[in-house]
Design a protein around this ligand. Structure first.
Ligand SMILES: NC(=O)c1ccc[n+]([C@@H]2O[C@H](COP(=O)([O-])OP(=O)(O)OC[C@H]3O[C@@H](n4cnc5c(N)ncnc54)[C@H](OP(=O)(O)O)[C@@H]3O)[C@@H](O)[C@H]2O)c1
Length: 278
């Protein structure tokens, strides 16, 4: 049976999207045909996924089947797009009654570039983040044109169960990525540093790690559920002459606010710069 979804680049991000979908049965393994860059990666990828997912390498002739699927998830690194484009240009496209959908996860690579390569496709840029793995992700979407109902249903089927989906103008996607896709790394770094601080202050490592994660989790839940502005929450916690304001003074002196702002700005710039690879 031909697959429904061809995954071109079944690496970390594609797996982060597919695993929770397989787990709850939103998508069945036999619907997916994944392609990787090297034969050596096949077994490693197979070990991560349920049986039934077809996987081959890009130099295997059967990879044509994934490239001809009506729904394609493009998830190679931006630097690898040229090779995919070359493979694609050598493939005969089957006549389909509906136009196929190409969903690209590539940072920075613009819709026009995707449309130029996959000319008969309706193209979508999708920017998910890794919390999709626990169905708590965010996905930004920009489309090359209006989707028909089936294409919209496919997008819903893939991204709705694992993330909050936001349709955005394409020129906002780089900033979206800089905050949401890179964001888990900023937060993870904070969790690690806070735990280190607690260890330095005398707590055992495992307890410090648990407390740091739980504090980040509880705080984001509180901000979201009670719709409190961050500055309001900060003021609620920092009592006059107390421990928190003393620590905040230290953080401000160290430039934490501008460091975080700059991190998002440079990540957005890097995303735009990566488009130069295509
Ligand atoms: N990581 C994130 O949080 C995140 C978030 C949003 C978007 N993204 C985007 O997602 C994309 C993938 O990132 P990643 O972290 O998942 O990278 P990754 O783990 O390196 O995955 C890339 C995959 O592409 C395969 N590949 C390489 N050349 C190929 C070819 N010619 N044909 C088919 N497959 C090929 C690789 O196989 P081999 O390993 O065998 O070479 C690997 O399976 C990137 O464009 C990134 O911008 C990532």
């Amino acid at each position: 049976m031909p697959c429904s979804i061809g995954v071109i680049g079944l690496g970390r991000m594609a797996q982060a999207i597919l695993l929770p979908l397989f787990e709850k049965g939103d998508i069945k393994p036999f619907e997916v045909f994944g392609v990787v860059g090297h034969q050596q990666s096949i077994q490693q990828v197979k070990d991560q996924l349920p049986s039934g997912v077809k996987i081959c390498s890009s130099d295997d002739p059967v990879s044509v089947e994934a490239l001809q699927a009506p729904i394609k998830l493009l998830a190679v690194k931006p630097q690898q797009l040229e090779k995919v484009a070359k493979n694609w240009s050598q493939i005969k496209t089957p006549e389909l009654s509906v136009r196929p959908l190409l969903i690209s996860l590539l940072a920075g690579v613009q819709l026009q570039r995707l449309v130029d390569i996959f000319s008969k496709h309706v193209c979508v840029r999708a920017v998910p983040n890794t919390p999709v793995l626990v169905r708590a992700g965010l996905t930004g979407l920009a489309c090359s044109e209006k989707l028909d109902i089936d294409q919209q249903l496919w997008l819903n089927k893939i991204f709705d169960p694992i993330s909050e989906v936001l349709h955005l103008p394409e020129d906002q996607l780089d900033a979206f990525l800089a905050l949401t896709s890179s964001g888990p790394a900023y937060i993870a770094l904070m969790a690690e540093a806070l735990a280190d601080g607690a260890v330095a202050a005398g707590l055992p490592r495992a307890l410090a790690h648990h407390l740091a994660c739980r504090t980040l989790y509880g705080t984001s839940l509180l901000l979201k559920e009670k719709e409190i502005h961050p500055s309001q929450l900060k003021d609620m916690v920092a009592s006059p002459g107390g421990t928190t304001i003393t620590a905040l003074r230290h953080l401000e002196k160290a430039g934490i606010r501008s460091a975080l702002m700059e991190a998002v700005v440079v990540a957005a710039e890097k995303s735009r710069e990566l488009a130069g690879f295509s």
